[in-house]
Write a protein that binds this ligand. Sequence first.
Ligand code: FES
Length: 328
Amino acid sequence: MNYEVRDCIDAGTEYCPCHLAESGECILCSQLREKKFCDCINWKGVCIYQEFVWNGKKAKEGRKEIECILLKKEFIYNELALFTISVPHKLAKELTSPGSFVFLRHPDSQHFFATPISIMEVDVEENRIVLALEIKGIKTKNLNLINEGDKILVKGPFWNGIFGLKNIYKSKDASSIVVARGIGQAPIVPVIKKLYGNGNKIYIILDKSPYENTFIKKIIDSCNCELITTSVINDKGEIPAEFKNILLSIIKNKNVNLVHSSAADIINYNVLNLIGESIDFSCCNNAKMCCGEGVCGSCSVKNKYFNIERSCKLQIDPRNILEGRKLL
Ligand code: FES
């Protein structure tokens, strides 16, 4: 297992220092973890302690819910809808990076109905975001009550929807593999765009299930990706031989710099085990999020090595989260 390199996704942004600093639990700053010395891990060029003092020893104002308009609601499959929402220009610009997400809420519903949804596409000229929603649970059914042209509450930007982001950013001018299943197709769109922009040839191994087809074909084509469709999990929760052969043959024959997996944790873990330690890895963050601000604790996960608290903010190598996790 790798040495645990921790980072905070919000460090150095306009949302830092946050409530964690106020309560002596800052992820990075030792002074704000009730120590009497500076032992800042992962220096970001901004002294969080100094920012805290300058701000009157208070947390910065957090993200606010903004009233936006649902421009378009398009059902692609039975339970899968694409929401196109008009947002302020600043928010659109802040949601372009891989791992970005927002909380959505029906204006007539209580705060606990807010649900985190990954950003699929952003148009910074038209100030629009597109999100894929599986209309399955109480929160998404509630969001589905909103009609085109109605108000929708959007809170953001949040950025920790992917673990191992630095591996995506540093992957340049080689081949990258992206594995996705079902709704996991939506958050790979910004990943594909980033990898393509960095000069990589992208191989997408896609399990369409439970949908009949892929709903990101346009982006796959526009980024010149090679699409291979296959099943990535069998009934026993194992990797099917066909998927294994496809993945290993690309790794053997191409100069692969990254494998990104966007599926359930059991699949992400299987992929990680298969590729070993020699290739960089990133995956979606499947933690259950409630506040997104490091306060409620609902996103905490445990493996046999660590208690990983606040995975809504903690950016960490996915190997350190997936290894030793109970996945079934
Ligand atoms: S979602 Fe509340 S602490 Fe992470």
